[in-house]
Design a protein around this ligand. Sequence first.
Ligand SMILES: NC(=O)c1ccc[n+]([C@@H]2O[C@H](COP(=O)([O-])OP(=O)(O)OC[C@H]3O[C@@H](n4cnc5c(N)ncnc54)[C@H](O)[C@@H]3O)[C@@H](O)[C@H]2O)c1
Length: 373
Amino acid sequence: MDQKKVRIGIIGTGGIAHAHMKAYLNRTDVEIVALCDIVPGKAAAFAAKFSLENAVCYESYVEMLDKEALDAVSVCTYNAQHAAPSIYALNKGVHVLCEKPFSVTLDEAAEMMRAEKASGKILSIGFQPRFDRNMQKIKKIVESGELGQVYYIQTGGGRRRGIPCSDVKTSFIEKETAGVGALGDIGCYALDMVLNAVGYPVPLTVSGFITDYFGKDPETYRYTGNDADFLASKFSVDDFGGALIRLEGGIIVDFRIAWAMNINTPGDTIILGTKGGLRIPSTDCWNGTVGGEMTVYRHCAGSPVEYKIPLEKDGPKDGSLWDRKIGSFVDAVKNGGSSPIPSWQILRNQAIIDGVVRSAACGKEVEIVMPEI
Ligand SMILES: NC(=O)c1ccc[n+]([C@@H]2O[C@H](COP(=O)([O-])OP(=O)(O)OC[C@H]3O[C@@H](n4cnc5c(N)ncnc54)[C@H](O)[C@@H]3O)[C@@H](O)[C@H]2O)c1
């Protein structure tokens, strides 16, 4: 695929498809061939907005993938519609960049991976914080041995009021479209931040909980300018959740995540090892990234010592996180490379989210059985 442009289709032309599109437009080696959205006219409006005169618009991804010769698709549908289009595309021999979270359930994610395996094509999951230098630094610190053997991790984040919805957009707060709430939407980032750093061990058990006190309360939306009663009536997912997770190799993860809460932060991320500890400040409004200078805590000749890890800045040629997310995917498609964010890793992330939901439903710890792919 040397000279030829990579032929891209976008499935779901809502909010996040705009970020994909802008990054694709920064590449000279891709061509947006087709767009699809189930809402009549939405793909065409998107095409007009980005002056994509040659892109063919569809209301069905099946029709789009049957008719168009595509190299790759961005799956930008809401969570409950990640699996079906991704599987159909992979079965057609088309590479897939699917938005986060992987899916709603572990079973769906496993089905997506089976399609990936059978097709031999790439399935990458869209975690753009992975391309942040400071996030990469966390993994480097752990791998440097400075912390010794990691045995305990606290991770998560929160927003005082940050439920993503409006009068015209309820896809994040309705079970039918979102499947999971804060847990999947921003919880997957908190898990990825630390699990990636320690090599994504297999999760063994989860004791989890979820609540929905804020989402279902009209007061939460009273000053947003939206119809508070309407949004509260639509809310059917979690707005807060967490878990105690046991990982293979003896690491315990204490995790919590909130779209809304009455506190400034549910705590920084901390990684405790036998030789050192790492504190990663949370962001005020949790977005899955590093909120400030990290601190390493050690003991030296009997005295406690600590030092700061300066925040790294992007270089002038780095592009945005989105440029890197889309660019790494396009490069892998062009060069026959491997998936930038491998599905086997995010399957373990999804297994935890799935475990939290199951554990919350039965009120006790549940075992995680990783599916055969
Ligand atoms: N990586 C990030 O930073 C980031 C940020 C926001 C959202 N997201 C993820 O992106 C996904 C979409 O979020 P959004 O904000 O764009 O939601 P959205 O509701 O604005 O857009 C989703 C679009 O998909 C369309 N759609 C649904 N099912 C479809 C199908 N079967 N075929 C074609 N189109 C279909 C909907 O009509 C809608 O236009 C979510 O999974 C979300 O978690 C990621």
